[in-house]
Write a protein that binds this ligand. Structure first.
Ligand SMILES: Cc1cc2nc3c(=O)[nH]c(=O)nc-3n(C[C@H](O)[C@H](O)[C@H](O)COP(=O)(O)O)c2cc1C
Length: 357
């Protein structure tokens, strides 16, 4: 698969997972195996020695660059990118730090990345990959990028709100109704770029892809590649604490649900402990500690919980009062595996996966 100037052996992106679930170790190992490894940038500084408690915004870009360097130490020739969420306050700084740190692509969602080409103008080789959940969102981005920057996306990730983990690009009431058609959206976005812009860019399906059958299905249904998050959590190389992985191993289907994030978006997570998350935040940080999100109900009205700290606690192993984001397939995890084993399972005898278009 080729995205912009960057080519990988396998059509697989490991989805960015904040806070520090996909750091250098996971991203580096995915890249070493021939996929695209992605470091999640949101809250990257919280667990870094650079963060002294009151310097969140200056520590973040520096911590990100260090993380990128660590990932490249694992996979010097690999394709490593970052995931930058539009909703965070320091979006522009994290995008720039990604470029300066050598990210080969930037994958950007949780809002429409309308000004991403402006932020990366000095780094034309960095591939730009928006995340959308509708054809309309892809159209808006393409029209704005063309008009304002004479630029087009190098690929698009189409994320299925019915299955993906983390923040979701759909209204709570529309999720799980059976109305969303993931592969109709993938094909629609593909056709939009082909018919309107004469562009054949990779369209990547994200959400609910777990095994080789899912991968084959995605390719047969018109995706050029897949983005997988949840499957990579229960790996030795995943950057989260063992307790986070254990929460996946212990969970059942019915433990996975939707929460309303203070960012104003629904999110998929393990939901049993949501009250404890808020209690802990009120003890630790009764008012917003960092201002990490541009719009946040905890920051403005003290509602819900502090998402960056809730995710950070879970990543460090406090799954009692932390927020464990996961996709709808987390209950399928039964063991801790190696990243290389996942690649072997997905891509052995690769020719038999190829589909004719
Ligand atoms: C723990 C966790 C954290 C996530 N954090 C982010 C994030 O920071 N930014 C983002 O764009 N997507 C995030 N996601 C979504 C993943 O990158 C991925 O697209 C999605 O989970 C794909 O579905 P799957 O988990 O069923 O494979 C997260 C997912 C999980 C499970």
């Amino acid at each position: 698969m080729r995205i912009g100037k960057h080519e990988v052996v396998y059509p697989l992106i490991q989805g960015g997972m904040a806070v520090r679930v996909s750091g250098a170790r996971l991203a580096g190992n995915v890249a070493r195996c021939g996929g695209i490894g992605v470091i999640a940038t949101a809250g990257i500084a919280l667990n870094s020695p650079l963060f002294k408690g009151d310097n969140y915004f200056s520590a973040e870009p520096q911590a990100l660059k260090e993380e990128l360097a660590k990932a490249y130490a694992i996979a010097p020739d690999g394709v490593i990118g970052t995931n930058c969420m539009v909703a965070v306050t320091d979006y522009a700084e994290l995008v720039k730090a990604s470029c300066e740190g050598g990210a080969k692509l930037i994958i950007s969602g949780a809002g429409l990345p309308l000004n991403l080409p402006a932020l990366t103008a000095d780094w034309p080789d960095v591939a730009l990959v928006p995340i959308v959940s509708s054809i309309k969102a892809a159209e808006l981005i393409a029209r704005k990028w063309h008009k304002a920057y004479d630029r087009m996306p190098d690929a698009v990730v189409v994320e299925d709100p019915d299955t993906a983990g983390g923040h979701l690009g759909e209204k709570m009431e529309n999720i799980g109704t059976g109305q969303y058609d993931q592969y109709a959206t993938v094909r629609g976005v593909k056709a939009y770029f082909r018919d309107n812009w004469n562009l054949d860019i990779p369209i990547i399906a994200a959400g609910g892809i777990w095994d080789r059958d899912d991968l084959r299905h995605a390719l047969e249904q018109g995706a050029d590649g897949v983005q997988m998050g949840t499957r990579f959590v229960c790996t030795e190389e995943c950057d989260a604490d063992d307790a986070f992985k254990q929460a996946y191993l212990n969970c059942k289907k019915e433990d996975i649900g939707l929460i309303m994030s203070p960012a104003g978006l629904p999110g998929r997570a393990l939901t049993a402990n949501v009250d404890k998350i808020r209690e802990r935040d009120l003890e630790m940080t009764p008012t917003c500690p960092t201002g990490c999100l541009r719009k946040c109900a905890y920051k403005s009205d003290g509602e819900r919980f502090c998402i960056v700290h809730a995710l950070d606690r879970a990543q460090r192993g406090d799954t009692e009062t932390g927020l464990v984001f996961c996709g709808s397939n987390a209950w399928k995890a039964t063991r801790i595996e190696k990243v290389a084993d996942i690649f072997e399972e997905l891509f052995h005898d690769e020719d038999s996966l190829s589909v004719s278009r």
